[in-house]
Write a protein that binds this ligand. Structure first.
Ligand SMILES: *Cc1c(COP(=O)(O)O)cnc(C)c1O
Length: 365
């Protein structure tokens, strides 16, 4: 039996390079509190993304919590999507907000603009948290217009979308705050970590205080903050992975192209009806029915492949009263399976996976 192939595996950069950075930490006696490696990674990411206000934080979930805190979402009704990793909503609940779920679009799988607009028009929401699911941007122009029309904050959970672009523009030109995850399973990672990108300098300065207990530069506590700092040891990993990122992206793009060539129209893909670039972080495919998904998953497991059903909103439906939106979302989400995608995945494995899926869908017909 071959080694099992899971949905993903973290990228491990050359260990010598990592040791070199750790050696720097030891030489400079700097482990955390905005040390030189955190500063270096911040500058490099700002240049790579072309953004002005970027703050590294200890994980993507605290990035969301800080964003929700800055926009004062406690006790507010906040509109978000049921189709996302649960952290988008659990962090809302943790910050004391009420989670209001909008419908999703059944082809883009992202939040549906009409649904958001209707909820806001009915005064059922006071802020928007949209998710660029699987790295595919939402309709950023449309959401921006809705947020302006109703005068509500617009936050993006861009955990999957670090490098994605929209109509040839930066996704960071849109929304008030983007929250990004650098967890080990993401395309770019710092083991644990994340970042926030801000439109306004005021929000950036406030966030910088909030992740450091609320301390200002004189050591006075001005706000009730928390500890959300990234350490030097984590930044070291980020600097190593960042050097290799362009190569990681092109390798994954090739793997996705092979999947699509071998699967053809035997499955359905996430689609955008505008020009955009989706960073190659996942390989989600949709089956015609949930039963065909289950059959394919079983056949894949038997052969040592372990795809994942990212994400199933009914598993965290306690978070919201919007049971109708969860049910609608399920009609799409319950047919989506994320196939193995990682750097170093062998082309032979992809061919095997695709032939198993093809065979299992034929035997269903
Ligand atoms: C991974 C992820 C998060 C949480 O990020 P962590 O760094 O693991 O805390 C939040 N939202 C989405 C959509 C994610 O995929």
């Amino acid at each position: 039996m071959l080694k099992p192939v899971y949905v993903t595996r973290p990228y491990f950069p050359p260990i010598e390079k990592y040791f070199n950075y750790i050696q720097q930490c030891f030489n400079q006696k700097a482990l955390t509190n905005n040390g030189p490696l955190v500063e270096e990674l911040t500058e490099k990411l700002k240049n790579k993304l072309g953004v002005k206000y970027l703050l590294l934080v200890s994980n993507g979930t605290i990035a969301l919590q800080i964003a929700y805190q800055i926009k004062n979402l406690a006790k507010k009704n906040v509109i978000t999507t049921p189709y996302t990793f649960a952290a988008t909503s659990t962090a809302l609940r943790w910050q004391g907000a009420n989670v209001v779920l909008a419908d999703i679009d059944s082809t883009s799988w992202n939040i549906d603009l009409n649904s958001v607009d209707e909820l806001l028009a009915k005064k059922e929401g006071e802020a928007i948290v949209a998710v660029n699911l699987f790295g595919q941007p939402c309709e950023l122009d449309g959401l921006e217009a809705i947020a302006i029309k109703h005068q509500v904050p617009l936050i993006y959970d861009s955990a999957h979308a670090l490098l994605s672009t929209y109509k040839g523009k930066s996704i960071y030109d849109y929304g008030d705050i983007h929250c990004i995850s650098f967890h080990a399973t993401k395309l770019f990672h710092t083991v644990e970590g994340g970042a926030m990108v801000f439109k306004s300098e005021t929000d950036y300065i406030l966030a910088k205080k909030l992740i450091n207990f609320g301390l200002d530069e004189h050591g006075d506590i001005e706000e009730a903050g928390i500890n959300g700092k990234l350490s030097e040891v984590h930044a070291a990993m980020g600097l190593c992975v960042l050097d290799d990122l362009d190569e990681l992206v092109s390798e994954r793009e090739d793997l996705i192209a092979l999947y699509k060539q071998k699967l053809g129209d035997c499955v359905i893909y996430q689609k955008a009806n505008f020009d955009c670039q989706t960073q190659p972080i996942y390989m989600p495919v949709q089956f015609k029915t949930e039963q065909t998904l289950i059959n394919a998953e079983k056949a894949l497991n038997d052969a040592g492949f372990f795809p994942r059903r990212y994400f199933m909103p009914q598993h965290y439906k306690f978070l919201s009263n919007s049971s109708e939106a969860i049910e609608h979302c399920g009609e799409t989400a319950n047919r989506v399976l994320c196939l193995p995608l990682m750097n170093g995945l062998r082309k032979e494995a992809i061919k095997k996976i695709c032939s198993i899926i093809r065979n299992s869908s034929e035997s269903n017909n």
